[in-house]
Every structure is written in structure tokens, then in C-alpha cells.
Design a protein. Structure first.
Length: 100
């Protein structure tokens, strides 16, 4: 049985002139699965995947927060996926209906 990876959204506040450089730096990390430039309170929202909380802590502290231009972050750890491509129940239903 394989353990599910820890998923977390990291909302990032950026020094505006460095937005492009921050996005480019984030794309270099394999743990960063998705990156969105957004309107609203944050500048960037990322979806990150790690093996567990310790790897996530290390990734946030020693990689993300070291990127020049990042002012601060807010993290939300995913507890459950009710819908989306990571939802195993939904994926299984789609595969079953496709095979019929």
C-alpha cells in the first residue's frame, strides 16, 4: 500500500517587480506541481506535493522562502479532495464508466 503524498497550497506575497523571477524560480522545483498568478490578496498560488510534513517544512523553509522577492507565504495543507484529478474515487468512477 502506497502512502498518499502531502499536498499543500502555498499562497505567496511577492515584491511586484520580481513577480516574473519568482514564478521562474518556482518552476524549477519538482515539488511544485501547479503555479497560478492570481488576483486578490495573494500574488501567486502554488500546489506543492511532498512525501510528508518534514519534507514540506524543509522545502518551504529552505527553498521557497529563500527565493528573492517572496515577502511571505500562507500555507493550506490539503486534508481531503472531494473533486479534481487527484480524487481517487472520481477517477475510479470515470475509468469504470469508460470501460463499459
Amino acid at each position: 500500500m502506497t502512502m498518499a503524498r502531502l499536498l499543500a497550497f502555498i499562497d505567496i506575497f511577492v515584491d511586484s517587480p520580481l513577480l516574473g523571477e519568482v514564478v521562474n524560480a518556482l518552476t524549477e522545483f519538482p515539488n511544485v506541481e501547479e503555479i497560478y498568478e492570481v488576483t486578490g490578496e495573494f500574488d501567486i498560488v502554488t500546489l506543492v506535493s511532498t512525501e510528508g510534513i518534514e519534507e514540506f517544512r524543509d522545502f518551504l523553509k529552505n527553498k521557497v522562502l529563500k527565493i528573492p522577492g517572496i515577502k511571505s507565504t500562507v500555507t493550506s495543507i490539503v486534508l481531503h479532495s472531494a473533486k479534481g484529478h487527484r480524487n481517487h474515487t472520481e477517477t475510479e468512477k470515470q475509468a469504470k464508466s469508460a470501460s463499459q
